[in-house]
Design a protein around this ligand. Structure first.
Ligand code: PMP
Ligand code: GLN
Length: 386
C-alpha cells in the first residue's frame, strides 16, 4: 500500500456494520434506511432491466437523468444547469467528490473543509496529493454546532484551491446558516477559490431549523465557481444504487468528467432512468419524506435524552450526535466498541471524523433513518441498565 494511504484503515461504517451483524445488535451506525424508496422508481428500474437497457450508457449519464437533475434543481433551488455539459452522473456522491478533487487539485493545493467531515473527504484529498485545512465545528452553549469565523478566515491562504462544504452536515446534522454561507462565499471570492458542495441531504432540513437549505451556488458570484453534488441514495432511500451527480459551469464539470471516465467510465444503466422518474415526483413526495424523518428524529432524540445522553438536536440529515459525558463515558470509540455487547445497539464514534480527535472525543452518532419500531427497540435497549 502506498505510504499516503497507510493512515487510512477500514472505514468506520464497515467496521461498525460488521459488529452489528456479529452481535445481532440494532444498527444505528451506518446511515442507510430500512425501507424501500418510491414504488414508481422501483418499477421504472425493473422496467428498464426488462426492456434491455443493460449496456454501457453515455459517459455523462443517460439524457433523461441529466434532464431530470437539471429540472429538479430549477424547481427546488432556482438553479439553472444545461443538461448537456453542466450535469454529469457519477457512482454516488462519493465518486463525484473524488473526481472533483482529483480534477481540480494539484499536489500541494489546499482544501478547506469543516471537521468532523465525511470520511471519504480526507481520503480523496490525500489521493490527489492535496492538503486538508480543517475548521472545527463545536457545539455552542445552546447545543448548536458552530465554527469560529476567524478560524475559517485563517484556513484560507495562497494555496487554497477549494472549499469542500457539506450542508446539511454529516455527522452533526448542522444546517449552515445564510450568514455562515455568506462568509464562505466571500472568502472563496476573495481568494479565487472554488467550492465543492456536498448536498446529499438537501431534502432533509427540518421545519424547526433556523433556516432552510440554501445551496452555496445561489449566492452572488458562486454559481460560476461551484461544483454542486447530490445523489439519489438519501432522498430516495436507495443507498445501494450509488447514483449521484455533479452540476456546475462547463469548465469545472468537464474537469470532473475527464477524471470520472477513468474511475468508472459510466454508471449503472437501468438505474438512471429510474432515478429520473424519482426526481420528477411531485413536491408532496419530498415533503412527506422530510416529515417522516423529522418524526423519527423526534422519537430518537426523546429516547436518547431519556437514556441520559447529552443530545445535540440536529436541524437536518438523518443523524443525531450525543455527548456520552453525562453517562460517565470519556471516549466515544471505547463506548461504541462495547455498546453492542452492553446494550445491543450500534452507534458510530464521531471522533474518527476529526483531525483533532479531542474535539469529538465524547461524541457519538446515531442514525434515525429506521422504522419507528426499530427505534423503539433501540431506545428500550439503551435505557435498560447494562
Ligand atoms: N456525502 C455525505 C455527507 C454522505 O453522508 C454520504 C453517505 N451517504 C455520501 C456523501 C456518499 O453518498 P453516495 O452513497 O451517494 O456515494
Ligand atoms: N453516508 C452513510 C453514513 O454516513 C454511509 C456511508 C458509508 O457507509 N460509506 O453513515
Amino acid at each position: 500500500l502506498v505510504a499516503r494511504m497507510r493512515p487510512f484503515g477500514t472505514t468506520i461504517f464497515a467496521e461498525m456494520s460488521a459488529l452489528a451483524v456479529r452481535t445481532g445488535a440494532v444498527n444505528l451506525g451506518q446511515g442507510f434506511p430500512d425501507t424501500d424508496g418510491p414504488p414508481e422508481m422501483l418499477a421504472a428500474a425493473a422496467e428498464a432491466l426488462r426492456s434491455g437497457r443493460n449496456q454501457y450508457p453515455p459517459g455523462p449519464g443517460v439524457p433523461e437523468l441529466r434532464a431530470a437533475v437539471s429540472a429538479h434543481q430549477r424547481r427546488f433551488w432556482g438553479l439553472e444547469y444545461d443538461p448537456d455539459g453542466e450535469v454529469v452522473v457519477t457512482a454516488g456522491a462519493t465518486e463525484a467528490i473524488a473526481a472533483a478533487i482529483l480534477g481540480l487539485c494539484e499536489p500541494g493545493d489546499e482544501v478547506v473543509c469543516f471537521e468532523p467531515y465525511y470520511d471519504s473527504y480526507a481520503a480523496s484529498i490525500t489521493l490527489a496529493g492535496a492538503v486538508r485545512r480543517p475548521v472545527t465545528l463545536r457545539p455552542d452553549p445552546e447545543g448548536r454546532y458552530a465554527f469560529d469565523p476567524d478560524a475559517l478566515r485563517a484556513a484560507f491562504g495562497p494555496r487554497t484551491r477549494l472549499v469542500l462544504l457539506n450542508s446539511p452536515h454529516n455527522p452533526t446534522g448542522k444546517v449552515f446558516t445564510p450568514g455562515e454561507l455568506e462568509l464562505v462565499a466571500q472568502l472563496c471570492r476573495e481568494h479565487g477559490a472554488y467550492a465543492v458542495t456536498d448536498e446529499v441531504y438537501e431534502h432533509l432540513v427540518f421545519t424547526d431549523a433556523a433556516s432552510g437549505h440554501v445551496p452555496l451556488a445561489t449566492l452572488p458570484g458562486m454559481w460560476e465557481r461551484t461544483l454542486r453534488i447530490s445523489s439519489a441514495g438519501k432522498t430516495f432511500s436507495c443507498t445501494g444504487w450509488k447514483v449521484g451527480w455533479v452540476s456546475g459551469p462547463r469548465p469545472l464539470v468537464s474537469a470532473v468528467l475527464r477524471v470520472k471516465q477513468f474511475l468508472t467510465f459510466v454508471n449503472a444503466a437501468p438505474l438512471q432512468p429510474a432515478v429520473a422518474v424519482a426526481l420528477a415526483l411531485p413536491d408532496d413526495y419530498f415533503a412527506e419524506f422530510r416529515r417522516g424523518m423529522q418524526a423519527r428524529r423526534d422519537q430518537l432524540v426523546g429516547g436518547l435524552t431519556d437514556a441520559g445522553f447529552g443530545v445535540l438536536v440536529p436541524e437536518g440529515t438523518y443523524f443525531v450526535t450525543a455527548d456520552i459525558g453525562p453517562l460517565g463515558g470519556v471516549d466515544g470509540v471505547d463506548f461504541c466498541r462495547s455498546l453492542p455487547e452492553r446494550c445491543g445497539v450500534v452507534a458510530v464514534p464521531t471522533q474518527v471524523f476529526y483531525d483533532d480527535p479531542e474535539a469529538g472525543r465524547r461524541l457519538v452518532r446515531f442514525a434515525f433513518c429506521k422504522r419507528p419500531e426499530v427505534l423503539t427497540e433501540a431506545v428500550g435497549r439503551l435505557r435498560r441498565p447494562a
